[in-house]
Design a protein around this ligand. Structure first.
Ligand SMILES: [Zn+2]
Length: 81
């Protein structure tokens, strides 16, 4: 049960208490991302919502945020080369 290592930061836990959203993506986040990394994403998400003026009832905005979530949590910042 304690064999958890965050995919994003490479550290052991702490895990989220529960999947942060329904569906397979929430399960993936729960399985792979630690609490502090999720908190970092929430802060980034808030900045994005403010920057773009996103309406979370808009399906395109939700899709955009899901893509951003995936990029933030699972795609390591790679050099441009
Ligand atoms: Zn982490």
């Amino acid at each position: 049960m304690s064999e958890f290592r965050c995919t994003r930061c490479g550290k052991d836990g702490p895990r989220l208490p529960a999947p942060p959203m329904p569906g397979p993506f929430g399960q993936r986040v729960y399985a792979e991302v630690c609490g502090p990394c999720w908190q970092a994403w929430l802060q980034h998400q808030t900045a994005l919502i403010n920057h773009y003026g996103l309406n979370l009832r808009d399906s395109q905005a939700k899709q955009f945020l899901t893509q951003q979530t995936e990029a933030f949590l699972f795609a390591p910042a790679a050099p441009d080369s």
